[in-house]
Design a protein around this ligand. Sequence first.
Ligand SMILES: *Cc1c(COP(=O)(O)O)cnc(C)c1O
Length: 435
Amino acid sequence: MALTLTRSGALRLRAEKLFPGGVNSPVRAFRAVGGEPPFVVRGEGAYLWDADGNRYIDYFGSWGPMILGHAFPPVVEAIKKAAANSASFGASTQAEGDLAELVTGAYPSIEKLRFVSSGTEATMSAVRLARAFTNRKYIVKFEGCYHGHADGLLVKAGSGVATFGIPGSAGVPEEVAHFTLALPFNDIVAVEAAFENHPGQIACIIVEPIVGNAGCIPPAPSYLQALRTLTAQHGALLIFDEVMTGFRVAFGGAQELYGIRPDLTTLGKIVGGGLPVGAFGGRAEIMDQLAPLGPVYQAGTLSGNPLAMAAGIATVGYLRDHRAEVYAKLEKLSATVADGVASAAASAGIPLTTNRVGAMWTWFFTAGPVTNYEQAAQSDTKRFAAFHRAMLNAGVWLPPSQFEAAFTSTAHTDADIQQTVDAARQAFAAMSKES
Ligand SMILES: *Cc1c(COP(=O)(O)O)cnc(C)c1O
């Protein structure tokens, strides 16, 4: 067989010499699904094109941000305009206030906020702030939730940590992990027990209100309300990590959808319209503990970067102004593709559990149900990998891990959805023949 290297293949060989695993973020390497990760040269609307000229329907949307599709003209224009005035000042600008007002308008629980450059920074800073505000050391998180890669949050984490089956990260001292209590999601008794066993010691509960980083796992009815009640009772803060769910499941995120008011909220992904932005915010009396007003230090050379603010304003402003039609369209597209693939699997006799909230969902290759990480981990990841490869070959790019959520954008069309469901039907037919 002649060894003809694709352009993506050649780029990968070079990248593997330059970057650990060939990538700048682990799950991009396709280790969990096998096959050749395409190198992307361009995106437009719902499509990506790789270095070999192949087109893909994109269902990972840069892992969340691209809710309006790639190269959405108002976002492109806003970035160009901002860039012409210089990429960065390290001084305050009007744009920061403009994006902040869009955020506080969407999230009434956020009285004051601070912009950072990633979700990781947002969650790390929110936890530091919660510890300072309560003068307590312990934090509660949930198995399979991912809150960025700060030391204390890499305990039983989701996303790439779950994908590669890493129990906790090397390089995190036991003494640091000791203060992180990782509990099963959707189990309120476990939370009650944690408060009983650590009286007056738990600073905060940080939670993905709809888990996305173990695959999509919705909260059980009244679970989030119970977290709100328990934290208030015990003087701990409730942090909603809405880096993924914010502006995705509703304009006002999961807190709008379920009617819960957390003390602190972290945002990222969509809020930056594809540029590196995160934010954390909440009650003013807590936020005012930050320097220069208070004793909690947190800073960033590029925080509130003008290009990033411009992309965020264009994206979030569009979502606000077209709110009703955007979220109705996302719901319809997502329901059609999620249910269409689910019934194709059922016809082929392949056990599949579909969890979905709005424009965020996961097809778990297990009979289910999937209500926590332990159940998600029952999925047949080999089957998922085969499905992923078949779909990619058919021009459909799904997130390359069983433990990640898929997304639609407003740029997806009914024809894209139909092509996706047809591709899934063929993939399942081939898979059921093999087994
Ligand atoms: C993506 C994500 C993060 C981390 O954000 P980065 O910008 O990748 O650092 C944190 N929390 C949740 C819920 C996320 O989905």
